[in-house]
Design a protein around this ligand. Structure first.
Ligand code: AGP
Length: 612
């Protein structure tokens, strides 16, 4: 996820662009840049690696960059390491087209080949440079103007984009096109604004247009014109924003955590799409070829916190599909316990930030012992990404809330694709089971999204029944694994004691803590163990617990005695953790909100624990 801005009007553009980018840094912050035109002069482009503050310093707050027409970008790298070269804006030959982009070009390799055959060369590793050169190609070839060039580009590109460009032949005009990535356009007196999100322009105008998919826009000081894919002018309704700036940065959500829960379906979709090729899952970009996959003798997964919990889910899923022995270790333990690794061991390090000290140390320990290492990380160019032998990037976008949600979900998706691909390559699943599992993965985003329709119901349950002295989560197998995450979410943002237990284990001690009204959440999505877990819930209920069954369609008849039943959409049982985790995240969120706590920045915690 990145942030883009554009301006054209009577003001000096650079300061306006920088102010707008500052309001969008939550969307990405590994590099930034602006490009400003002063009349017919070529654009002046200034870029920095690192935070926006470096760009502000480099341009003296924008005062050193002349001109009243410009675009800007703050980056969350998806293709190409964070660097000044890869920072946006990107330019085509002779500065014919300069642009900034938020989104992902899925077929960028194919387009790169096409452009190379037309004589284009590339200076960066980004998909955006290819997108800009494609606009340039159509503009030069058909000579029918910018809107036509953009329309032809939209037809050819697969992926998502909010693209803002300036053409050398059109001074004092910004053009844009949009598909799936957000874009708004603001109207002021003799001036026009463009941005990824409302906060960037609230200082100047509250009158905005929301750009729809496959629409193009022409912005000038005198007005704004919208076009459809056929190049016809379309009329759009002007909206008036009455949010305050702070609320607007969260896209209207009260907290980043809820915003990021809503982004989980897209995080799942983008992560899955990033490894889908012509014939299913393709790890070519990661470098995991079939021979390497066949050579794996065993897998050790190591991580911390929620990332560790995805490893516990992966153990069940991966062993079930591939029959490869999988061990899951806390990174803080792994690094000190003289682990036994074999030449065929694959060590998988999972980390949203890619900077967690214990996980980085575990990676180094694994490499020192000769194991192959695969990192699953959400931040491009992070330390763990740079040091691992293979890197699998989750495409969850920047996660601002300290309590992870969408990154956890994206990590699960990455781990599922590894298990499915490994099983298929090693022949432990048939062609039809492979196809069926791929179909199931493709349905997960929609099923996850459907749960959000029940959030008011979950809010009532959370605030009425869960804000007690203790709360327990129980489950078996994958249901136990996801209970670990539900319990951690609850603890870290509501400050209430919680424990997750293998359902069969509760009676060996901890059940003594169950009192009248103690909430016990029983996760029951695995048919094979459902009745056992129901029995464990009844044991708790007979001791006064308020038992909440979180189950799926097809199993709800097994839980007649529960005090509360939450039924979820059914997915393949191997992937049910992705569906189950959402209500557990929401329960934690609503209890925290009901207690008036700082949901996004809980006490004592940090988003990335870079110390031991
Ligand atoms: C998750 O809600 C926590 N904030 C924490 O457990 C986190 O998952 C853990 O610190 C690992 O962080 P990483 O994924 O960035 O390595």
């Amino acid at each position: 996820m990145c942030g883009i801005v554009g301006y054209v009007g009577p003001r000096k553009a650079a300061p306006v662009l920088l102010e707008g980018l500052a309001k969008l840094e939550y969307r990405g912050y590994d590099s930034a840049g602006i490009s400003v035109r002063d009349g017919r002069n070529d654009p002046v482009t200034v870029k920095v690696k690192g935070r926006l503050s470096g760009l502000v310093q480099k341009t003296n707050g924008g005062e050193d960059v002349p001109g009243c027409c410009g675009i800007g970008h703050t980056r969350w790298a998806t293709h190409g390491e964070p660097s000044e070269t890869n920072a946006h804006p990107h330019v085509s030959p002779d500065n014919m087209v300069v642009g900034v982009h938020n989104g992902i070009v899925e077929n960028y390799q194919e387009l790169r080949g096409k452009l190379e055959r037309k004589g284009y060369t590339f200076y960066s590793q980004t998909d955006t440079e290819i997108l800009i050169d494609l606009v340039d190609y159509y503009y030069r070839k058909y000579k029918v103007g910018p809107i036509d060039a953009l329309a032809k580009t939209m037809v050819r590109v697969r992926g998502s984009y909010a693209l803002a460009v300036m053409f050398k032949d059109y001074p004092d005009v910004v053009f844009a096109m949009r598909k799936d990535s957000p874009m708004i356009v603001g109207r002021g007196k003799n001036e026009s604004f463009l941005a990824s999100d409302v906060p960037a322009i609230l200082k100047y105008t509250r009158d905005v247009y929301y750009v729809d998919n496959l629409e193009m826009v022409r912005l000038s000081g005198s007005g704004i014109t919208f076009f459809n894919l056929d190049g016809d002018v379309v009329d759009k309704e002007l909206s008036h924003i009455d949010w305050d700036a702070e609320a607007a940065e969260k896209g209207g959500f009260e907290h980043f955590m809820m915003k990021e829960i809503y982004e989980e379906p897209k995080a799942l979709q983008d992560t899955l799409n990033s490894v889908l090729g012509e014939n299913g899952i393709d790890f070519g970009k990661i470098g995991l070829d079939d021979e390497t996959i066949r050579g794996i003798s065993d897998i050790t997964v190591t991580a911390c916190g929620s990332a560790y919990h995805t490893g516990v889910v992966a153990q069940y899923v991966t062993e079930s599909l591939t029959r490869i022995p999988v061990r899951v270790e806390l990174a803080s333990e792994f690094r000190y316990r003289d682990p036994i690794l074999r030449p065929g061991t694959l060590v998988i390090i999972i980390s949203q930030s890619g900077e967690t000290a214990d996980s980085l140390a575990a990676l180094r320990e694994a490499k020192a012992r000769g194991a192959k290492t695969l990192a699953i990380v959400n931040v491009l160019g992070s330390s763990i990404a740079r040091e691992a032998d293979y890197v699998y990037y989750t495409l969850a976008g920047p996660e601002i809330a300290v309590a992870t949600t969408k990154a956890y979900s994206a990590q699960l998706m990455a781990l599922y694709t590894l298990a499915v691909k490994f099983a298929f390559v090693r022949g432990t699943i048939s062609e039809e089971r492979y196809a069926q599992l791929l179909e199931e993965l493709a349905k997960l985003p929609e099923k996850t999204g459907r749960i959000l329709e029940k959030k008011e119901k979950i809010q009532r349950l959370a605030s009425e029944k869960c804000a007690e002295k203790d709360i327990f989560y129980i489950g078996r197998g994958i249901d136990y694994a996801v209970s670990l995450e539900g319990s951690l979410k609850f603890k870290e943002i509501s400050y209430i004691h919680s424990e997750a237990y293998a359902a069969g284990e509760l009676k060996h001690g901890t059940i003594s803590l169950i009192e009248e009204g103690t909430p016990v959440i029983g996760v029951i999505t695995q048919e094979k163990t459902a009745e056992k877990t129901v029995s464990n819930m009844v044991e708790c209920q007979s001791r006064g617990a308020y038992v909440i069954a979180v189950t799926r369609e097809g199993l709800e008849s097994l839980v007649p005695t529960a005090d509360y039943v939450l039924t979820l959409p059914a997915a393949d049982e191997l992937f049910m953790a992705s569906v189950t985790v959402v209500p557990l995240q929401l329960i934690a969120y609503y209890v925290s909100v009901s207690k008036g706590l700082d949901v996004d920045k809980p006490r004592n915690l940090a988003k990335s624990v870079t110390v031991e």
